[in-house]
Design a binder for this molecule. Sequence first.
Ligand code: ZN
Length: 150
Amino acid sequence: MTDLSDHLDSSEIRCKDGCGRASMSPEFLDLFEIMRKMIADFYGYQRPIICTSVDPKRNGGNRCPARNKFAGGARRSEHMNMPGTCLDVFVAGMSTRELAWWARAAGFTAIGIYTHNIHMGLKGSKKHMVQWGPLRGQYQKPIRRHRKGV
Ligand SMILES: [Zn+2]
């Protein structure tokens, strides 16, 4: 069982310096679950959205100010919000351009697109998306590939 929502556990997003910070806002969790369901419905199977914090060296979940500084995060990084309003994530085998498309479709309004992960959060608004990263703005609509006979 996961303790934050149906598919997200506090252990996945907990601040890495041992301070115990591990919370996500209800609004974030709603969009996270919506996004996961949209992807599962489209592909016909579950594709977990994984926080980059699975890597012990990454800090893609909650960060206290000390950890944010350690991680070299932006001075006002969304990762310091309490409760959390953003995560750095990836989906195995999916391009970050496509993942960003899903994040935007689900309703996230702050999106950073990098080569191996995206940042998705609630900064900004539908009208004024906050976007950054080397691939900012490069959304790619998913293409369903039908196998012969399926
Ligand atoms: Zn901390």
